[in-house]
Structures are given as C-alpha cells and as structure tokens.
Design a protein around this ligand. Structure first.
Ligand SMILES: *[C@@H]1O[C@H](CO)[C@@H](O)[C@H](O)[C@H]1NC(C)=O
Ligand SMILES: *[C@@H]1O[C@H](CO)[C@@H](O)[C@H](O)[C@H]1NC(C)=O
Length: 315
C-alpha cells in the first residue's frame, strides 16, 4: 500500500510547498486540498489519569471523498488490534469510548491498560492521495497506592541501617521521598545544616534510605512518600530508635566472668591439694604411676592395660 502511495505523497508534498509559498492564493489552495486526504492531531501524545476521560484527536484537514473509511487501531507489543471500524467500537474500549465526528476517539473512562499507541487511519477512495494515518501515543497515569515501608525498630549506635519503601502500582513508575519527624530528608545530607553529619544515602528511584553509621541524632519517626505525575501517597510514620552499646559495661561483664572462673579454678586447685579428692587421687596414681606402688598393684595395672588394649583392638 505504501509503495502504491509513494508517488501521490511526493505529489502532495510539492503541492504543500506551493501552498505555503502562495498563502494568499486561497482559490489555488482550495483546489489543491481536494487532491488528498490529510489528517492532523491537536495532541500526538495525550495523557490522562486513570478513570478520567481523554481525547485522541484525529482531525481531517482536507478530504473530497464523502464517505471515507475511518478506522482506529491500538498498537501494543502483541501487534495492532481494532478499536473502531465500520462505525463501531470494538474490544476492551467497547463501552468506554465514542467517536466524535468525524474521526476523533473519546475515551470516557480510561484504564491503565489503555496506555498504548493508537493509529487513526482514513481511506478516501475518491481522493488522489486516498490514505492517511496518524499515530497517537496515549499514557494513562496511575496514582501510587500506599507504599510498603520498612523501618528498623532499633539500631545500635554506629551500626548501619536500611529503610526501604516500595510501591508498584503507580504509572509512570513512582519516585520516593523520605521524611523524618515530618520534615523531608534531602537527597544529599551535605546540603542541609540539620542533616550535615548524618551518614545516609538516599535513592529517590529505589526508595532506599541507607545509614552507613547511625548516630544518636538519626533516631526519630520516619515515613516515605511514593509520587508520580498522577499524585502521591505515603505510609504511616514508624519509630527508629538508636541504642548505645555500653562498651564499659561489656568489659566489666567480661571481667566479672573471668574473675568468677578464676575463683572456681583456684578453689578446685586448693581443694585438690588439701586432699579432698584423695580416693580419686589413689586410683589415678595406679594408672599414671604404676611403678610407684607395690608389685601387686603393678601387675594388676598391666593386666588391665592389656585387657583394654585387646578390647579396643576387637572393637
Ligand atoms: C470507570 O471504571 C471503573 C472500573 O473500571 C469504575 O469503577 C468507575 O465507576 C468508572 N467510572 C465512571 C465515571 O464510569
Ligand atoms: C557536625 O560535626 C561537627 C564536628 O564533629 C560539629 O562541629 C558540628 O556542630 C556538627 N553539626 C551538626 C549540625 O550536628
């Protein structure tokens, strides 16, 4: 079709140049305009918020055919599908769109799935250039829903902390802001006197607020806001506390444990030396120092040792 149209398009171009060059010659221009169907739009990339109306403007600037064929197609990644032909609306838009004569498509209650490219095509059989089309890029904006926020309840002083915020309904994709005690946290702490010494990094794209080393001053009530062109929503504030790990306390605790262990060890040693475990000491002597005892003891020990040796061998 495009190949067939080529000569008439270039013909039309020449005519247009003439028309621009000779604007006063309205009679001439009128004559030229009957040669071709020409479309134009008031807005090639309209947008609307979800559940609002939107106009996909397709204006027939010139035509001489009385009953042109007007069609609208929706172009998605799956290919084109009919929205309007034979004077009827089809598909998903069936009860949500009307045609405003002659060719403009009016969507009365847009949904997020309407975001796509739409093509207005007009075929005018009696015109020399019998076909024209125009592409409209529609964006239906979706307001963010309440984001999912995660704030750690308490963080040890000097440790890292991560606060996250996620919202996935919004279109265009949500961006994020964080607030501490109702005050917006700047993207860069160095730009603010109040946050100057804070060690955080803030990503407005991912919604992550990361502290490298938490300070006492970082404690507070945090909430996040997801926003896009359609609006914004935020989660409820959540408290983050910062607690001090008491180094002195820990060292004292460790010392106490060490001292207690030492006392126990010393106690056991003393008791041992003063013969509290004397019976055990004797049997121990039988094994460890067999030569020291009398002959009987020695033989018995050797027997036992032999036996043990054998049994362990069997096992
Ligand atoms: C638009 O459509 C939604 C559902 O898709 C419906 O809940 C809402 O009431 C409609 N609004 C109008 C004005 O028809
Ligand atoms: C930041 O730290 C410096 C040096 O530790 C201190 O002098 C200054 O007062 C601090 N600023 C704030 C706003 O806390």
């Amino acid at each position: 079709m495009s190949v067939k149209n080529k000569p008439s398009i270039s013909w039309y171009c020449i005519m247009t140049v003439w028309r621009v060059m000779l604007p006063s010659s309205s009679c001439f221009a009128g004559y030229l305009s009957v040669l071709a169907v020409v479309l134009k739009t008031n807005n090639a990339s309209p947008w609307t918020n979800e559940f609002d109306k939107v106009e996909l403007s397709c204006v027939i600037e010139s035509i001489s055919t009385i009953n042109p064929r007007i069609e609208w197609k929706k172009i998605t990644s799956g290919g084109p599908s009919y929205v309007y032909f034979d004077k009827k609306i089809y598909g998903d838009l069936e009860n949500r769109a009307v045609i405003r004569e002659p060719a403009t498509l009016l969507i009365t209650n847009a949904t997020r799935s309407d975001t796509a490219k739409y093509r207005c095509e007009v075929t005018a059989a009696e015109d020399q250039k019998a076909f024209d089309e125009i592409l409209i890029d529609l964006v239906v904006r979706v307001k963010p829903v309440v984001p999912k926020c995660s704030v750690p309840k308490s963080v040890p002083l000097g440790k890292s902390a991560e606060l996250s915020c996620v919202e996935e309904e919004g279109f265009p994709k949500s961006r994020y802001q964080w607030f501490k005690n109702m005050e917006e946290i700047p993207d860069d702490p160095k730009t603010s006197v109040k946050f100057f010494n804070s060690s955080y990094t803030l990503s407005t794209e991912t919604g992550t607020l990361k502290f490298i080393s938490v300070r006492k001053e970082d404690a507070g009530e945090y909430y996040c806001r997801a926003k896009n062109d359609a609006g914004h929503t935020q989660c409820a504030p959540q408290k983050m506390e910062v607690y001090d790990i008491d180094i002195v306390g820990i060292i004292l605790g460790v010392l106490v444990v060490v001292v207690v262990l030492l006392c126990i060890t010393v106690g056991i040693c003393c008791a041992y030396k003063q013969g509290y475990f004397s019976s055990q000491q004797q049997t121990g002597n039988n094994y460890k120092v067999p030569a020291k005892g009398d002959g009987v003891d020695y033989v018995r020990t050797e027997d036992e040792g032999d036996f043990r040796h054998k049994s362990s061998f069997v096992i």
